[in-house]
Design a protein around this ligand. Structure first.
Ligand code: UDP
Ligand code: MG
Length: 323
């Protein structure tokens, strides 16, 4: 059983060498051959040079390098596409995903599980982050039809058939957490304690996280549109009840002039709600816009995988070629 280890890397020069050493040492006596598959996501530092060096000295190493930064989702897709293993493990390059856990994953996989998921605990996280995550997952699980679990990320082992299933999903807006859950198959989860990033910096800023959260909410189904419809109905009902009441009061008491504030508040609130709803619709239209373009998810600039294109100049081969 060949195990492919897919590692997306973006500006990881400080740690990538140590990562490789650590993983290969840890998994050398696994009893199964491994293939290290690095995807350089358009790093601006020496990441690619280091990967080339590693590949020269370790024949198990393959790498793919993008023409620019396409994001972790695209990098994972590239890795899954070019992985030749019978199983694939996806790992971060920053050693936050302890390589020793792969042993446990293999054992569980051998018991027949298609997806073996490592779920991180939130130990060591800031309280605010933990609480927002908890609230977010409560909300999102109400809105999407796959089950998303807090702490479950991309660190997992996939069987060949679940990799193939994920590759069948060719959508442009990729929200992997959801895609993996959508695929299904027999799944098992175990917990591990989250390690603090040792070198380099996390690429997640607050606004990036916020946008990622929104993507998750919107890229899985059209329930937010449905919610918008319901909100509209509720508001309309309130407005009708209120107007009936006003007419009644006027008939009994005669015309009253106050109401300026009520009017203004109602007006601005409704305008706000309408804007928000147009925004929701717009998000979906935007997604359709990207899907219909059918652009490739990434462009490969360089790779040491046989048969893969050398550059972005061959249009028929712009995406990575399978091995
Ligand atoms: N990464 C990537 N492309 C990006 C951003 C990140 O390939 O545009 C990689 C990064 O090199 C790392 C993994 O994705 O291996 C997770 O990134 P990071 O550690 O910054 O995220 P965090 O662990 O904080 O969620
Ligand atoms: Mg990290």
């Amino acid at each position: 059983m060949l195990i492919s280890i897919v590692v997306p890397c973006f500006n990881e020069e400080e740690i990538i060498g140590r990562f490789h050493e650590h993983v290969t040492k840890e998994l050398g006596d696994l009893g199964h051959p491994i293939e290290m598959l690095y995807v350089d996501d358009g790093s601006k530092d020496r990441t690619l040079a280091i990967l080339q060096e590693i590949a020269r000295s370790d024949p198990r190493t393959r790498y793919v390098s993008f023409s620019r930064n396409f994001g972790k989702e695209a990098a994972m897709l590239a890795g899954l596409r070019s992985a030749s293993g019978d199983t694939v493990v996806i790992m971060d390059a920053d050693l936050q995903h302890p390589p020793e856990l792969v042993r446990r994953m293999v054992a569980l996989h051998e018991q027949g599980f298609d997806q073996v998921i490592a779920r991180r605990t939130r130990k060591g996280d800031r309280v605010t982050r933990t609480l927002t995550a908890r609230a977010y997952y409560r909300l999102i699980n109400r809105l999407v039809d796959v089950e998303l679990v807090d702490g479950v990320g991309d660190f997992r082992m996939l069987s060949r058939r679940s990799v193939d299933a994920v590759l069948e999903l060719t959508e442009y807006n990729r929200f992997s957490k959801g895609l993996f859950a959508w695929v299904g198959f027999t799944t098992v989860t175990f917990e591990y304690e989250n390690a603090v990033r040792e070198e380099g910096r996390s690429k997640w800023s607050f606004s990036k996280l916020l946008n990622y959260g929104l993507d998750g909410l919107l890229s899985f189904n059209d329930k937010p549109l449905r919610a918008a419809l319901y909100l509209g109905i509720v508001l309309l009902t309130i407005a009708m009840a209120y107007s009936t009441w006003i007419v009644g009061v006027t008939l009994v008491n005669g015309v009253e002039t106050p109401g300026y504030v009520t009017l203004l508040v109602a007006l601005t609130a409704l305008a706000g709600v309408q804007m928000m709803m147009i925004g929701v619709v717009g998000e979906y239209v935007g997604r359709i816009y990207y899907e219909v373009k059918r652009r490739p998810h990434f462009l490969v600039q360089e790779t040491n995988i046989d048969g893969a294109p050398g550059g972005a100049s061959q249009p028929q081969n712009r995406e990575l070629v399978h091995r």
